[in-house]
Design a protein around this ligand. Sequence first.
Ligand SMILES: Nc1ncnc2c1ncn2[C@@H]1O[C@H](COP(=O)(O)OP(=O)(O)OP(=O)(O)O)[C@@H](O)[C@H]1O
Ligand SMILES: [Mg+2]
Length: 355
Amino acid sequence: MAQLPEIHSESLLDYLSTSVLVFDRDFRLRYINPAGEVMFAQSHRHAHGKAINELFANPGQLTTELGSVLASGQVVSQHGCRLELTNGLAVVVNCTHTPVSLSGGLSGIMLEMQKVDHQLRVEQEEQLIAQQEATHSLLRGLAHEIKNPLGGLRGAAQLLEKEIPDSELREYTRIIIGEADRLQNLMDRMLGPNDVPNIQAVNIHQILERVRELVLVEADSGLRINQDYDPSLPDLMADPDLLVQAVLNIVRNAAQALEGRGKIILRTRVQRQFNIGNRQHRLVACIEVIDNGPGIDAALQAKIFYPMVTSRSDGTGLGLSIAQSLINRHHGLIECNSKPGETVFTILLPLENGT
Ligand SMILES: Nc1ncnc2c1ncn2[C@@H]1O[C@H](COP(=O)(O)OP(=O)(O)OP(=O)(O)O)[C@@H](O)[C@H]1O
Ligand SMILES: [Mg+2]
């Protein structure tokens, strides 16, 4: 089991995915937790002591709300509040305002905020993970059932071949054997690796470099693969071969979409207090594969992670479905965003043992 962080009551707020802000009665910020720092793009050091109108471009309604919470001493919850930040960004949040007592007996207000789109994303991802698990177990069951009689068919065709004196007729048994082998390969791909993953500390940049080399060897000289790596990314616990396979399937797709000419960027970043499905992780490795190809047709985009979905005449439509299942085995997720000129596949992997 992954090592759990040791929690002390004073550091509890650091582990929340909910943003927590505390204002004093003059509406100056006294505290902001790490989730709040991320949501409002403000460091605690920089934001501490700032007045509410220095933090938000539309502080009017919030100030009135906080004033009434202070006056009444009642907890107030609000849904869908739009907060405009001074840097021009805006967030829509569900929030709860609670009157609190600050050190020195002064009164203050604690704000708990959660982004509305965050909640939506969690629900969508949970649905996606459940759907993919169901499709995969169906597919594996089906592949298993096909593999058994296929072995019998192939064996019988081999025996038959030995009995047939006419070499012209043997052409037919060879077709049976050849097609049985093709189907067997397809079924093996559908079943995926069966071994127990060989989990070890893995440097994700080494994985990306291996994939980069493999794809560059296959590609025409018009393809560039640039690196934009975050060197602070800690090692993650994973099976390196499975990760190479998953990333390779994605980068190879990008190279194929570019038809030998264009640019792929491999980017890594760390995300703090990040949800994958309904599980919150303290640190998540975010690996992006970005290409400047034609993009994925909108109708196809919703289906690309399903098996057998392909737009290529020689594609089996298994690459992304296998990649998703390999990343799911590491408790991660692959997301895709695409428009003409920019397709981004994002692999999210928890860094439970990261520092
Ligand atoms: N970077 C990309 N740009 C444009 N389209 C893409 C990209 N990545 C995937 N696709 C689309 O998604 C489809 C499914 O990809 P997937 O890897 O699952 O199967 P495939 O590449 O068609 O076949 P296989 O990988 O099994 O050889 C592709 O056929 C292609 O239409
Ligand atoms: Mg593919």
